[in-house]
Design a protein around this ligand. Structure first.
Ligand SMILES: *Cc1c(COP(=O)(O)O)cnc(C)c1O
Length: 954
């Protein structure tokens, strides 16, 4: 490849691609690399330092039995885990169906009309709900019940501060609605102490004053509890963690968000919708919000991009596996165990505060809590301890008889579980089911929740869906800016070890020494790689990192008395999450132009700095630029901002071009997020999980995120701007992936990866030269780790648009590169270091063949309307149909190059998606059951033989 580029070695390439004044002049100080087996041994030692106690802390996190078949076939399966966000719907119908199941499940359980799939965690979902309420009425006050989970209150409060919304936290009974100035109310149902209370009067009164009402709720409780939608709530949200997702010391888990139909266009996050394909068949795709931030920028409904798709899929599958009867059984069983426990607590003389509960009770110990806590500690059991001396216990699916026995001993119950249950059975029914709170309505009626209650069937279903989706197990996914690189098995394995997976996020720190040690090592390495002084591991995605970093900047500026500084300069080429996050952080946004080389327009930047010199807060810039070039002037740009009193936020999504070569902290940036799910090998999961930790220079360190339950996180956090995630260290259980990657690569390996990433991009750009124009190079004619090819001219010459090229690539077995971003009508290709030359060549061959197909249209050799590009992608049904009347052959349609072979070909499962139809006919739950019934078998009357309809032979 170097020869092809006319270079003598990789150093020459690096010197041509990366500006000399930012090149790192030393090797990274990172420990010598470990082999895969050594690494696992070392990590086992760390893992052993975590202690797995039985936790009954609750607060939105519960033990769950992850069905082994789901664990192995989804969570541990690269076919599910390495998929990209389903923007190319034709090769993503599997996960789209599963996410549609998730939405259907959440609509059913909450009793509301529409649901998204999905959000980062319950606390951020609560903050998003506040955002929706605010956008709805523009009122700047929001009520939060003091009996919500503390992390929900904290994240909402933090978010509100920046938006200028006043949060009034009080007991729900004290809320008054005689004015019209509250946009919404957040209530926890059941609340953090486990109470189930009747909110109906409050809801009525709120509604009369135009205030929306939001329930943070527990989906498992809703299996037997009256759903929020039937009580009048406008929005319901929460986490589906206890639907078969490991605790993972805080994550990753999926949050849900459901609301009434009328808020459809205000709803945050991604939503799957039903539409049709080019052949009129039903097909799924992301509705409305698709890449919403890219279009609406700071007007977007939220900054959510990466959003826990994998975990939503696991939870949806959990519901498919258990079905409604299974869920109800699990919920009943937990509820009954809790009733026994409550009776035991009461019998022991303590005062249970709950009149009505599902799985959680809170009590005041008769002689103080010490005795109880001593006994629970000696049994390695964690209970929730309130600061006022109360104790809380939450039971879950995994609570078995011996656990209940232990808990009764801990609270000092004079009776055994058996004895208590005899008493309860003899007395009138006092369970939830006998109260007005009982759930009467049915749920999960759709056939998808009734067909897979056997392992035989669920395994086949998971495989069927997986087979419809292209992932890294098939071919490269050359997504510019999204860095789809190898997610190695060794890195992935530890995530599901008990010592990482089965730990509640709010356990005392001395139970997680292994985690702490791993975090410390990871932070040290990330500091060394980036040139920053301190990291926060709390943000769960890149966009959350942006928000957190910008908030840290604002806190720093305000600590210097410069509260007037709120202007954020953002180049027009920035990722859409940048302006969306800046808006959420309470900043004003000034776009900065780019010049015709794709670099920041220096004159415009200078003018804007001058114009806003008194209010400049920061510049938000991506480096290497989103145009795939290491701009020469980055140091100067950072200096210009600093000398005008501003800070530099460097979007670290493109770190894969820089690791070991240059460091943002050295060339002038103050803060960055890293996308660990890009550069540092956490798999994309079909749209999440992810981790977006932020690194900062020393002066910003005091302002990093804190946490209301586990605090301080590192050192002191008195000056922290607040809380961004529900869990103190975000999605902890996937951090071993990035930790392991760095450990196995070592300093040289990391640097070499960046070099090869740059080499691969330059090689491909050069190979495509003459067929497609690469839009931007640096002065020496080199790109960074990605490049943009221009497809705009084909519109005129052949009426071919970039989307036609994207879809045609599917016929060649490839996922399209990033389409029309940051420049409309282009493709951005990022090969990464993980792909070998053969794969790069196959992709280039496909692109070159497509160029020839375009030329055939240009030269009139191919029909301008009915041609392989316009008709793409081609499904098996298309090419196997008896009616083939197209001006090109079936071979051209499906096997256009020799490497596309019948035995290895990846087939798109539907034809070209009709986006417009879907957006005009919004449908976001599973289609009616008739759509799923076999068209060949009719309903059989009793006693009759089924009639099998055979297709008529031609
Ligand atoms: C991926 C990306 C983001 C957003 O990251 P998420 O984890 O999806 O929120 C931000 N900026 C750039 C340049 C990116 O490529």
């Amino acid at each position: 490849m170097l020869e092809f580029l006319g270079l003598k070695d990789i150093t020459e390439l690096v010197n041509k691609a990366v500006p000399a004044d930012i090149l790192l002049d030393k090797n990274l100080d990172i420990e010598a690399p470990l082999g895969e087996h050594q690494l696992i041994q070392y990590l086992k030692q760390l893992a052993d330092k975590n202690q797995i106690w039985r936790s009954y802390i609750g607060m939105g996190y519960h033990n769950t039995y992850v069905p082994h078949t789901i664990m192995r076939n989804i969570f541990e399966n690269p076919g599910w885990v390495t998929q990209y966000t389903p923007y190319q719907a034709e090769l993503a119908q599997g996960r789209l169906e599963s996410l549609l199941n998730y939405q259907t499940m959440m609509c059913d359980l909450t009793g509301l009309d529409i649901s998204n799939a999905s959000l980062l965690d319950e606390a951020t979902a609560a903050a998003e709900a506040m955002g929706l309420c605010f956008r709805h009425s523009k009122r700047r006050r929001f009520y939060v019940d003091s009996n919500c989970h503390p992390q929900n209150i904290a994240v909402v409060k933090t978010r509100a501060d920046a938006l200028g919304i006043e949060v009034v936290i009080c007991d729900w009974k004290e809320m008054e609605f005689d004015t019209h100035d509250f946009c919404g109310v957040l209530l926890q149902y059941p609340n953090t102490e486990g109470n189930i209370v009747d909110y109906s009067l409050l809801i009525e009164s709120a509604h009369t004053h135009g205030t929306l009402v939001v329930a943070a709720t527990d989906p498992l409780a809703l299996a037997i509890l009256k759903p929020p939608g039937e009580i009048g709530f406008d929005i319901a949200l929460g986490t589906t963690q206890r639907f078969g997702i490991p605790l993972g010391y805080g994550g990753p888990h999926a949050a849900f968000f459901a609301c009434k139909n009328k808020f459809l266009r205000l709803m945050p996050g991604r939503m799957i919708g039903v539409t049709k394909d080019a052949n009129g068949n039903e097909a799924l795709r992301l509705a409305l919000q698709t890449r919403e931030q890219h279009i609406r920028r700071d007007k977007a409904t939220s900054n959510i991009c990466t959003a826990q798709a994998l975990l939503a899929n696991m939870s949806a599958m959990y519901a498919c596996y258990h079905g409604p009867e299974g869920l109800r059984h699990i919920a009943d069983r937990i509820h009954n165990a809790t009733r026994i426990l409550a009776e035991g607590v009461q019998n022991a003389g303590h005062t249970v505060t709950n009149e009505m509960f599902f799985d959680t009770i809170t009590f005041l110990p008769v002689n103080g809590k010490d005795e109880i806590i001593n006994r629970s500690n000696s049994k390695k059991v964690n209970l929730r301890q309130f600061s006022n001396g109360y104790v809380g216990i939450s039971l879950d699916e995994t609570t078995e008889e011996n656990d209940l026995k232990d808990l009764l001993e801990i609270v000092g119950s004079p009776k055994t579980a058996e004895e208590i249950s005899q008493v309860l059975l003899a007395a009138p029914d006092t369970s939830l089911n006998s109260t007005p709170f009982a759930r009467k309505s049915l749920y999960l009626n759709h056939s998808v929740f009734h067909r897979y209650q056997s392992e035989t069937n669920i395994v086949r279903y998971m495989k069927q869906l997986e087979n419809k989706d292209l992932s890294l197990v098939h071919s490269m996914i050359p997504l510019g800016s999204c860095t789809m690189k190898l997610n190695s098995t060794t890195e992935m394995m530890p995530c599901t070890w008990d010592e990482f997976a089965n730990i509640h996020p709010f356990v005392p720190k001395d139970q997680v020494k292994g985690y702490m040690e791993m975090f410390t090592e990871l932070e040290k390495d990330l500091c060394e790689i980036t040139g920053y002084d301190k990291f926060s591991l709390q943000p769960n995605s890149g966009a959350q990192g942006e928000y957190a970093g910008l908030r840290a900047i604002m806190s720093y500026l305000s600590s210097k008395g410069e509260t007037q500084r709120n202007m954020c300069l953002i180049p027009v080429s920035a990722h859409g999450t940048n302006p969306a996050s800046a808006q959420m952080a309470g900043m004003k946004i000034q776009p900065i132009n780019v010049d015709r080389y794709g670099a920041v327009d220096m004159q415009h930047l200078e003018d804007m700095i001058e114009k806003y010199k008194d209010t400049l807060a920061c510049l938000m810039i991506t480096y290497p630029s989103t145009h795939g070039v290491f701009e020469k002037g980055i140091r100067t740009i950072c200096d210009m901002i600093h000398s005008s009193g501003g800070q530099v936020y460097l979007d670290g999504a493109n770190m894969n071009a820089q690791v070991g070569l240059c460091r943002p902290g050295d060339y002038g940036s103050d803060v960055s997020h890293l996308n660990l799910h890009k550069t540092f090998c956490i798999p994309h999961g079909g749209g999440g999980p992810g981790m977006g930790p932020i690194g900062v220079k020393k002066h910003l360190a005091p302002y990093l995120p804190t946490h209301p339950v586990i605090s301080p996180i590192n050192g002191t956090d008195e000056e922290s701007f607040g809380v961004v995630s529900a869990a103190p260290y975000g999605s902890s259980s996937i951090l071993p992936i990035s930790w392991a990657y760095i450990k196995m690569m070592g300093a040289e390996g990391l640097r070499h990866a960046s070099e090869i990433a740059i080499l691969n991009a330059n090689y491909m750009s050069r190979r495509l030269n003459g067929y497609y124009k690469t839009l931007y190079f640096n002065e020496q004619g080199y790109v960074a780790h990605e490049f943009i090819i221009d497809c705009r001219e084909f519109k005129k010459s052949a009426n071919v648009e970039v989307v036609d090229i994207s879809k045609r690539l599917q016929d060649y077995g490839f996922h399209s590169p990033t389409m029309s971003w940051p420049v409309a009508g282009t493709l951005m290709v990022e090969p990464t270091e993980s792909e070998n030359k053969e794969e790069l060549d196959r992709f280039c061959d496909a692109m070159i063949a497509i160029r020839q197909e375009i030329q055939d249209i240009e030269e009139g050799k191919m029909d301008p309307k009915i041609n392989p590009l316009k008709m793409s992608p081609h499904t098996q049904a298309d090419v196997m149909s008896s009616n083939w009347d197209r001006p090109y052959s079936r071979e051209v349609a499906a096997f256009p190059l020799t490497f596309v072979k019948p035995d290895t070909k990846f087939w798109p499962s539907v034809g070209r998606i009709d986006d417009k139809f879907g957006d005009q006919n919004i449908m976001c739950t599973c289609p009616p059951m008739s759509a799923y019934e076999s068209p060949f078998v009719e309903k059989v009357p009793p006693g009759k033989q089924p009639v099998v309809k055979v297709r008529a032979s031609v």
